[in-house]
Design a protein around this ligand. Structure first.
Ligand code: B4P
Length: 190
């Protein structure tokens, strides 16, 4: 099994690049952002709780997202590997993911970390907000909040994976095709 964490700040292109990677490497895509948006669209209790946090630019509680990933790993036992997109986002999530994979005799092979500066992130997200109407992409103050949440709670995971020799930084500015080919080069070298 090959398992990769696709990592980066909000708007770094994790969702965009995951779509290309899973087609090339035939891995299963697990995006906690997509899972939460699907709960919101279905109007579930979990979706309602998640929406109020996401609309403030805050992270959803660890227990909620860890539970979602646990269930999906169980549902897809035969997958040849996973691309984790937007997960883990906290130290507790990273520890839980390692534990869940260990039970299956598996591990993460690499954290592919897209590097994009804050100004570019803000522009991308606000543009997407205009085009898609996504409610957490509309207000610059809320987008900045998401970037702050990333810097406080998520960026420290770089040290977690670096400590395991699994940290691979990848330039996240440029055309989608250029970034995809950088990612493929890294994956093929691991
Ligand atoms: P996510 O759905 O993970 O979304 P994201 O971080 O905003 O975006 P991503 O990096 O995937 O960017 P994309 O490719 O779409 O999270 C949303 C929220 O859900 C979080 O704020 C949080 O509240 C909650 N959540 C999710 N997971 C959680 C977890 N594990 N724990 C707790 N809470 C969690 O790209 C963005 C835009 O840029 C797109 O419009 C795209 O077209 C454009 N773009 C992409 N590549 C480009 C390029 N190379 N050049 C120019 N534009 C580009």
């Amino acid at each position: 099994m090959r398992n990769f964490v696709l990592f980066g700040p909000p708007g770094a292109g994790k969702g965009t690049q995951s779509a290309l990677l899973l087609e090339k490497y035939h891995l299963k895509h697990l995006s906690t952002g997509d899972l939460l948006r699907s709960e919101i669209a279905q109007g579930t209790a979990l979706g309602l709780e998640a929406k109020s946090l996401m609309d403030q630019g805050l992270l959803v509680p660890d227990s909620v997202v860890i539970g979602m990933i646990e269930k999906l790993l169980d549902d897809h036992r035969d997958a040849p590997g996973f691309i984790f997109d937007g997960f883990p986002r906290t130290q507790a999530q990273a520890l839980a993911l390692d534990e869940l994979l260990k039970i299956k005799g598996e591990s993460i092979q690499g954290m592919l970390a897209l590097q994009v500066d804050d100004e570019e992130l803000l522009n991308r997200i606000l543009l997407r907000g205009k085009e898609s109407g996504r409610s957490d992409d509309q207000d610059p103050a809320i987008v900045r909040n998401r970037i702050n949440e990333y810097n406080r709670k998520t960026a420290p995971l770089i040290d977690y994976y670096r400590g395991q020799n699994k940290f691979y930084p990848v330039q996240g500015i440029g055309s989608i095709e250029e970034i995809f080919s950088h990612l493929c080069r890294v994956i093929d070298s691991i």
